[in-house]
Design a protein around this ligand. Structure first.
Ligand SMILES: Cc1cc2nc3c(=O)[nH]c(=O)nc-3n(C[C@H](O)[C@H](O)[C@H](O)COP(=O)(O)OP(=O)(O)OC[C@H]3O[C@@H](n4cnc5c(N)ncnc54)[C@H](O)[C@@H]3O)c2cc1C
Ligand code: FES
Length: 266
């Protein structure tokens, strides 16, 4: 099912944005245009890694895709070791993406909340939002562990016209605390939130949005195997029962990774 969408990808650019945070641009023909919030499965060419590593699309333009990832284990280390000119394999775009149609009309105040490696998928969304911005107020809240992460990608949000607010867990740069602390610190509630980051952060965003009656879309990370809805390795608990399976489950790889915060039980 998935083999026919796996494509050769040539690395055309590689930059270390901060220690162990790598940005790569891949020349690859995706099987269709990528939407913000979608992801790709990235495979190294050595055949040693059976499973692809899910990584968000940080940008896509014609026949290039950008990924930004942290080197954490064997798979991402192997991808990070690859050099400009090397070949990787990419499957995608996969998943649903952030809903933006319709939401782009009107003068909403939108907040993007990106904790750590949540920033890459929001960067591509920021590009879409900035294109037809109109009267909308768009703010990006980007959270980092500390200043050693050099507020990676923040400058790019600024260049896209986002009012960009940085926070660090230890207060070494920007607001002390997480992205939600930074948002609350502005004293201004948004009408719409898009969030991507670690589960505890997304859980807090879900509660904040619920308490304040704010529409929120959150992008979840789950361990994945097939990436195309077959293995059920990535299910998340949902509030409502699925119409067909009659269980309170959704697959992050196909029904997600982006969910209406009200719909998932995290
Ligand atoms: C939809 C989605 C989008 C993601 N986007 C990004 C991104 O843009 N940038 C980024 O740095 N990371 C992202 N991640 C997390 C990234 O996939 C993991 O860090 C990566 O798979 C770890 O692989 P590893 O072999 O280096 O680590 P190991 O810990 O050795 O991985 C062992 C296995 O667990 C899986 N795994 C480990 N951690 C995660 C995780 N957090 N989520 C899913 N699977 C995991 C691996 O794929 C692998 O199969 C995303 C995850 C998902 C599900
Ligand atoms: S990873 Fe197999 S169903 Fe989602």
């Amino acid at each position: 099912m998935s083999a026919d969408i796996r494509q050769k990808a040539y690395i055309t650019d590689k930059t270390e944005l901060a220690p162990d945070i790598i940005s790569m641009v891949l020349k690859v023909k995706l099987c269709r245009a990528a939407l913000p919030g979608q992801f790709v499965l990235v495979y190294t060419g050595d055949g040693a890694r059976l499973l692809g590593r899910p990584l968000c699309i940080a940008d896509a333009d014609g026949d290039t895709v950008r990924i930004v990832f942290r080197r954490v284990g064997e798979g991402t280390a192997r991808i990070a070791e690859s050099r400009v000119g090397d070949t990787l394999f990419v499957e995608g775009p996969l998943g649903n993406g952030y809903p933006v149609e319709g939401i782009l009309e009107g003068g909403h105040s939108i907040a993007l909340l990106g904790g750590g490696l949540g920033a890459p998928s929001l960067l591509y969304l920021a590009r879409h939002l900035s294109a037809g911005r109109g009267e909308r107020e768009c703010r990006a809240f980007l959270g980092y562990k500390d200043s050693t992460l050099k507020h990676f990608l923040a400058d790019e949000f600024v260049r896209l016209g986002m009012d960009t607010i940085i926070s660090t867990d230890d207060g070494s740069e920007g607001t002390k605390g997480n992205v939600l602390d930074a948002l609350k610190g502005t004293g201004k509630k948004p009408d719409l939130i898009y969030a991507c980051g670690p589960l505890p952060m997304l859980s807090a965003v879900r509660k904040y949005a619920g308490d304040n009656d704010i529409k929120a879309y959150i992008s979840l990370e789950e361990h994945m195997a097939c990436g195309v809805g077959v293995c059920l390795g990535c299910v998340v608990k949902t509030v409502h029962k699925d119409e067909h399976s009659r269980v309170n489950n959704a697959r992050v790889c196909t029904e997600g990774p982006v969910f209406d915060a009200k719909e998932v039980d995290i």
